[in-house]
Design a binder for this molecule. Structure first.
Ligand code: DC
Length: 218
C-alpha cells in the first residue's frame, strides 16, 4: 500500500487526536500531534511563573527544544528533555495556548520541525494549518469538526476523567473563544481548504470516524 501523508485539521475538541492516533496505528503510520507542540511552548511559558504576555512567550522560543516521540501508538511530549505529556492538557494551558499559537516566531519554529517530521512519509499529522500551510501537498486532507456543544461535552468528559472539577458551560465558552481566536488570527488561521474532505463527527462514534479515515487512505 502507498505510504501517504495525511493532514487532519479542525477545531478544538473535534476528536482529531483520538481518531488520528487510532487511524495511524491501524495504518502503521507515525502520528504527529502539532497541537501538543504549541502546548509545549505554553507549558514552558507557565514555568516562568510570571504574568503571561507575548514578550514572555517569545522569550522562551529561542532556546526551547520540543520533541515528540511516537512509539507503540502513544506520543510522548518532551520539552528540553523533560517529559511533559501529562502536563500539557490542563485548563491553565488551554487558557493561554491560543495566545501562544498566534505568534509568528512560535509558528515559524514549530512548522520547520513539523515539515521535517513528515519528510519520510507514512505520517498522519493533525492541527489547524496542516493542509493549508504545513503540508500543502499532503495526499489526503481531512477537515474534522463537530458542533460546539458536542465538542464541549467531550472535553468536559476528558477533563473530569482526569479528576478536574469543570463546568460544561464554561468549557463551551472556552472552546468558542478558542475557535474564534484560531480562525481569526492573522497567521495560518484555521480554515478548511478547498481540497479537504469535510468529516462532521457530531453523530459518529470514534470507530466510525476512524473507518472513514482509513477508507480515504486506501
Ligand atoms: O489541538 P489542540 O487543542 O491540542 O491545539 C492547541 C492549540 O494550538 C489550539 O489553540 C490551536 C493551536 N494550534 C495551531 O494553531 N496550529 C496547529 N497546527 C495546531 C494547534
Amino acid at each position: 500500500m502507498k505510504q501517504y501523508v495525511v493532514a487532519i485539521d479542525g477545531p478544538a475538541g473535534a476528536g482529531k487526536s483520538t481518531v488520528a492516533q487510532l487511524a495511524a496505528k491501524k495504518l502503521g503510520y507515525t502520528y504527529i500531534d502539532t497541537g501538543a507542540m504549541y502546548r509545549a511552548v505554553a507549558w514552558k511559558t507557565l514555568q516562568q511563573k510570571q504574568p503571561v504576555t507575548d514578550e514572555l512567550i517569545l522569550s522562551v522560543v529561542p532556546d526551547i527544544l520540543v520533541d515528540l516521540q511516537y512509539a507503540e501508538g502513544k506520543t510522548r511530549v518532551l520539552v528540553d528533555g523533560q517529559d511533559v505529556t501529562g502536563e500539557i492538557r490542563t485548563p491553565d494551558i488551554n487558557k493561554i495556548v491560543s495566545q501562544v499559537a498566534k505568534l509568528g516566531p512560535v509558528r515559524e519554529k514549530l512548522v520547520v520541525l513539523q515539515r521535517r517530521m513528515a519528510e519520510r512519509g507514512a505520517v498522519l499529522m493533525d492541527g489547524r494549518d496542516i493542509a493549508s500551510h504545513v503540508l500543502p501537498n499532503a495526499d489526503v486532507k481531512i477537515f474534522l469538526t463537530a458542533s460546539v456543544e458536542e465538542r464541549a461535552r467531550r472535553r468536559c468528559k476528558e477533563l473530569r476523567e482526569k479528576g478536574y472539577d469543570v463546568n460544561e458551560a464554561e468549557i463551551q465558552r472556552d472552546i468558542a473563544a478558542r475557535d474564534k481566536a484560531d480562525s481569526e488570527r492573522e497567521i495560518s488561521p484555521l480554515v478548511q481548504t478547498e481540497d479537504a474532505v469535510l468529516l462532521d463527527t457530531t453523530n459518529l462514534s470514534i470507530d466510525e470516524v476512524v473507518e472513514k479515515i482509513l477508507e480515504m487512505c486506501r
